[in-house]
Every structure is written in C-alpha cells, then in structure tokens.
Design a protein around this ligand. Structure first.
Ligand code: ATP
Ligand code: MG
Length: 211
C-alpha cells in the first residue's frame, strides 16, 4: 500500500523571502519527515492592506530563486493566480483537492502568525483540515505562545506542534528598511534574491515599513 503523502505549506508575503523562512521550512521538513514543502506567496494579503505590497510577480520570482537549491522545496502560484483576497482556508481546501483527502498537510507559521490563527477566516475548519507547526521566532515570548497554544487546545481540542529553529531575527520589514536606508542585506537572504532586489531597484522608497 502506498504511504500517505506529508506536505508542508509555507505561506507568506515573501516581500522579500529571507533565511528566516528558509531555515524554518527546512527544519520542519526534517523534523516531521515531510515529502516536500510548498511555498505559497500570497496574492493580495488581506492583513497587509495598509502597506503597498510589492508586485506579486517579483515576490514569486524571488521565492523561486531562493528555493531553487533545495530539491524538497516547491513554489505554488495558487494564491497569486487568484483575483482578490486569498484566505488560507481556501488554499488548504485546494491542496486537499489536488493531492487527495488523505494527504497530511502541515501548515508552517512563525510564532507571530500562530498567535493570530484564531482570528483567521474559518479557524475551526482550518484546524480540522491540517496540522499546524509554529516555529519559534525571536521577539515573541515563549510564554505567550504556550498560552495561546493551550487556548487553542482547550477550545478546539487541537494540538499545535512547536518547533525550535535557530534564532534568526530576520524579517522582511527589516530588510526593506535596510535597503531604503542603504544598509547591507548581505547574508540575511540568498545572494540571488539580493541581486534580484538590486536589479529591479526594489524597496528603495519609504513604505511605512512595519504597516
Ligand atoms: P514582514 O516583516 O513583512 O511581516 P516577515 O519576515 O514576517 O515579513 P512573512 O512573509 O510575513 O515574513 O512571513 C511568512 C511566514 O514566515 C510567517 O508565518 C512568519 O511568522 C514566518 N517567519 C518570518 N520570518 C521568520 C523568521 N525569522 N523565523 C521564523 N519564521 C519566520
Ligand atoms: Mg510577517
């Protein structure tokens, strides 16, 4: 009998993708024995409407460049191809359709994102459809995460897995800020992505970084 597929889903704006995303995806892939990790760049992220998000073509191509050296990493256009806002619940349902109901999906998020899960569209259904893996990220207190994870366990009876990744205090916000201020971004993200940013002159302008 064929073994069930185990897939990781790494969603993000990836504006730009950096080593925090890559290290996290690789750590979770290894720890959970995933067959592959699919990176899903967001189309029009509903929670980032205050800041102008970089054209999805650029974000998609940077994600391709960054993942090219890992045979277990793939990039999906599922969200960038869809018009309007995209929600994780719709993406997860689509992956279930594509890979079959039996496929085990592991949605990978940073600890900051996991704190928000209960506010996501159809959170209860989402928690039933896939596993969640929260990667610890510097700046987010361990206690706060545990509190939130316990809450989810109490309300939904669902365990969210926790994975510790090497502490990388890297964020896309910081990288955009660095580019705008002319400070180095070398070693924070793959060189190919750094070159892509230079070639297309991305992030040169003030963009209200954190918003
Ligand atoms: P921004 O600063 O624009 O919010 P970001 O660096 O948080 O960007 P996103 O595209 O928003 O990147 O994040 C996609 C996913 O990756 C989220 O689940 C986020 O929590 C996680 N993530 C981002 N940076 C790290 C990191 N350094 N370590 C672990 N997880 C991370
Ligand atoms: Mg973020």
């Amino acid at each position: 009998m064929e073994r069930e597929l185990k897939l990781g889903i790494m969603g993000g704006t990836f504006d730009p993708i950096h080593y925090g995303h890559l290290v996290t995806a690789e750590a979770v892939r290894f720890e959970f024995g995933l067959d592959k990790v699919i990176f899903v760049p967001a189309g029009n992220p509903p929670h980032k409407i205050k800041r102008k998000v970089t054209d999805k073509k650029h974000r998609y191509l940077m994600t391709i460049l960054a993942t090219i050296t890992n045979p277990f990493f793939e990039v999906s256009t599922i969200e960038i191809d869809s018009e309007g806002y995209t929600y994780t619940i719709d993406t997860i349902k689509e992956f279930k359709k594509i890979y079959g109901e039996k496929t085990q999906l592991y949605f990978i998020t940073g600890a900051d994102a996991v704190l928000e899960i209960l506010n996501w569209k159809s959170a209860d259904e989402l928690l039933k459809l896939c596993h969640f893996v929260a990667a610890t990220r510097p700046g987010i207190e361990g206690n706060r995460i545990d509190e939130e994870l316990n809450k989810i366990k109490e309300i939904y009876g669902k365990i969210i897995y926790k994975v510790t990744v090497p502490s990388l205090a890297i964020s896309s916000t910081d990288i955009r800020k660095r580019v705008a201020e002319g400070r180095p971004i070398k070693y924070l993200l793959p060189e190919s992505v750094e070159r892509y940013i230079q070639k297309y002159g991305l992030y040169k302008e003030d963009d209200n970084y954190g918003l």
